[in-house]
Design a protein around this ligand. Sequence first.
Ligand SMILES: [Zn+2]
Length: 143
Amino acid sequence: MYTKASLYENRVHPKSSNKLQFSEISPMWSERLNQARDDISPFALMRSRWYHELTISSACVVGEAYGFSSSYVHKCKTCKELGMQFMYYFLIHSDSGIENAKLDFEDHWNKNHSEIKTENENKIKGDVNSHSQIQSCSLSLNS
Ligand SMILES: [Zn+2]
């Protein structure tokens, strides 16, 4: 009965606006999994390379979230299991399985590991700050 109540509490998360998306937690793998789903043929070399990386605890989806570290293996059983789910569903080409694992991981991460500040957050927006150089250039022309 206790577990049922706490499960319900967890579902009604008060700070849903601060929730990280899967694409923010593991941006590189988010991109790869989308590519694997949409573009890449099941027999592509890239796919087998990615599968190999999924078998390495520091390089897999969950490892990326920890900054490409395998520190979670002994700390969090759920993360370890989710890592194996990604590996398994990738192997059997189960898109729905991967989507579910993404949601589970996103959910689990926000509930249990949201204090881990991922440095990945800004990687995606990397190319946006090139306009400041133009401004400084025109300033020196005026003087
Ligand atoms: Zn965990």
